[in-house]
Write a protein that binds this ligand. Structure first.
Ligand SMILES: Nc1ncnc2c1ncn2[C@@H]1O[C@H](COP(=O)(O)OP(=O)(O)OP(=O)(O)O)[C@@H](O)[C@H]1O
Length: 610
């Protein structure tokens, strides 16, 4: 029923045409059986009457009818397939759109990291890619059943009329019982298959690692290829074994039952029909009719290639899509329900007020954190690995929501704005920022994507940002300038170094500021820049972003010391804050870390001079 509700979305005219064709495809085989039996019944009289007799012309008419029914069935086959394919494609396109809309419904990313959601996404994506087992194929498969059921009912009816009244009901009960038993087995099997989604996801990940260039360097340098192949084989077998076991358990037994019951019932019916013929109660044509119609009626008990697996697997994929929609809608209700407008904020201050946060199922990362970020000033955050610096920024960008406490902009809780609206205020370049395999222009203009609708302005702004980020000369050297795709996988594409990519990302952030973002976050912005470039960048950066609220996370003290204020994060709390000089004078954690790093640099310099 679930899938049937979806079917009309393929378009009424298409669905109506497909249903009509299916009805014809259900009637024609029974017409063929009737006509061929009539042919057999008329042969003795026609032979006796000779050419030109009434019996002969009767025989000819029935032969023509049988031939017409036969060719009708053959002609309808490609039409059934074509209409089925159209329905499948249309429905799959719609389901694909729904899947994409669902995964983008929330401004937060927590739901996208939920393993349950990821299993459902993997399952739905897999099934949509196969086409044979997709929700669309399930819709088309349901329609294909019309001809099968119609044929069964008509053929059973024929046996009742032509032989004994109970033959038809007996055939129907036997065939449908076997069919529903088989379908039940199929649905349990599909559930078993679905439950292996996580195992299949792991084996798919290992296979992708073997095939894609991302891990090619490490796999070779560390000699991981044999290990990975073994691991992939094990993972693939772990995913396959439960499916194979279920297949043996659920299908072989019912299939044998089907064959036995079909044989027994057909044996009784056909022996009865043969005896009736011998006794002169049923003609030769009647015997052939009962024989063919009984076989046709029982056929529905077996496997129906164009429908069975597709409907079960497609339905499961559709359930996954519905589950994703429910999970994403629930997430979006939390992140997008605010109605406020954050335009122009913050004018004075951003505040973390007793903010605590833990990733789902994980230990606390932030504990009652209080932090004040003055608007229009620069703030640096330092702390050891895992202290929660990036997490703090993710909360500020509303990629996650605090477990308790609140983040406010000029005193207004930022949850009163839709997350997607608030995110337009924030330009963040994360440590693991995305290397879009797209032209330089897009990579930079994505800071304010609406700019791409005005190519001339976009080019001007992009060039200016590249200049400021110190990446103009890198781009000038590229074969197609701003048009160069940043990946060797495309003709005329180029691969950039880590530091060059970082400059591109910084330019992206500057474009975002130009586009109206008022909070600029740079997480380890200079980690890939050499020391001289880093110093030059920061001097320029502070000038460029004057008046913008900027947050910089860095392990390099040469970077953070230039910020207006510095906070030290430890165990999910701010443990020290002040200017570089104040924190040194405090002689606490910051001073200790600074001295450690300074000592290392001094040693390196001394060694370098020796
Ligand atoms: N998506 C995530 N899901 C679950 N746990 C996470 C996630 N991201 C980070 N963590 C955990 O949260 C803690 C803080 O991580 P975070 O990235 O905020 O630290 P950080 O201070 O930025 O560290 P680094 O200096 O190494 O970048 C770590 O223990 C990490 O394992």
């Amino acid at each position: 029923m679930r899938i049937l509700h979806l079917v009309p979305d393929a378009g009424w005219s298409l669905v109506t045409s497909a249903v009509l064709v299916q009805i014809a495809a259900g009637i024609l085989p029974v017409a063929f059986i009737l006509a061929t039996s009539a042919v057999v019944a008329r042969v003795p009289d026609a032979v006796a009457g000779g050419l030109g007799s009434a019996a002969w012309s009767d025989l000819r008419t029935n032969l023509i009818l049988a031939a017409a029914a036969f060719f009708g069935v053959q002609l309808l086959l490609p039409v059934q397939e074509l209409l089925g394919n159209l329905i499948r494609r249309r429905l799959d396109d719609l389901v694909r759109d729904r899947l994409m809309a669902a995964t983008q419904a929330s401004g937060g990313v927590a739901v996208m990291e939920d393993p349950e959601l990821l299993d459902h996404v993997a399952d739905a994506k897999d099934r949509l890619r196969t086409e044979m087992w997709s929700p669309g194929a399930a819709g088309a498969g349901q329609i294909a059943l019309i001809s099968r059921y119609l044929q069964t009912v008509l053929a059973a009816g024929v046996t009742s009329v032509a032989f004994v009244w109970w033959a038809g009901p007996a055939l129907l009960v036997a065939a449908l019982t076997i069919r529903f038993g088989y379908r039940l087995g199929l649905s349990v099997f599909t559930e078993v298959f679905r439950s292996t989604a996580r195992l299949r996801r792991r084996s798919e990940y290992l296979r992708t690692m073997l095939l894609q260039p991302a891990a090619a360097k490490e796999l070779r340098v560390f000699g991981l290829l044999p290990w990975l192949k073994q691991e992939y084989t094990t993972a693939a077998m772990d995913a396959a074994h439960p499916v194979w076991r279920a297949r043996r358990r659920l299908f072989y037994g019912p299939y044998i039952l089907y064959v036995l019951v079909a044989f027994a019932l057909l044996g009784v019916l056909l022996t009865g029909a043969a005896q009736a013929t011998a006794a002169g109660l049923l003609g030769l044509g009647g015997l052939i009719l009962v024989f063919q119609a009984s076989l046709a009626a029982m056929r529905i008990g077996g496997f129906i290639a164009e429908s069975d697996v597709a409907t079960e697997q497609g339905l499961n994929a559709y359930r996954s899509v519905e589950r994703i929609e429910r999970m994403s809608e629930a997430a979006a209700r939390t992140t997008e329900s605010g109605r406020g407008d954050p335009a122009g904020l913050p004018r004075t201050v951003l505040r973390f007020d007793k903010v605590s946060f833990a990733y789902p199922g994980g230990p606390p990362v932030l504990n009652d954190l209080d932090l004040t970020i003055e608007a229009g000033r620069s703030l640096a955050i330092v702390g050891l690995n895992g202290a929660g610096k990036t997490t703090l920024v993710k909360l500020l960008a509303r990629l996650y929501e605090p477990t308790s406490g609140a983040i406010t902009a000029d005193g207004v809780d930022i949850r009163t704005f839709p997350a997607t609206a608030w995110q337009r205020r924030v330009a963040a370049i994360f440590q693991d920022f995305t290397h879009f395999e797209l032209p330089v222009r897009d990579n930079v203009a994505f800071g304010a994507v609406e700019m791409l609708t005005e190519p001339e302005r976009a080019d001007k702004v992009v060039r200016a940002a590249l200049e400021k980020a110190g990446a103009a000369d890198v781009v000038d050297r590229l074969p197609r300038g701003l048009e160069t795709p940043l990946s060797r996988r495309y003709a005329g594409g180029a691969e950039l170094s880590g530091g060059q990519w970082q400059r591109i990302a910084i330019a992206r952030a500057l474009v975002a500021v130009e586009g109206g973002a008022s909070i600029l976050v740079l997480d380890e912005p200079t980690a890939n820049l050499d020391v001289r470039s880093e110093v030059a960048f920061f001097e320029r950066f502070l000038d460029l972003t004057r008046g913008v609220t900027s947050l910089v996370i860095s392990h390099r003290f040469s970077t953070v010391r230039r910020a207006d204020r510095i906070v030290v994060l430890e165990h999910g709390r701010v443990v020290e804050e002040g200017t570089h000089e104040e924190l040194l004078a405090l002689d606490g954690r910051y001073a200790e870390l600074f001295r450690l790093q300074a000592a290392r640099f001094t040693e390196e310099e001394v060694e370098g001079c020796e």
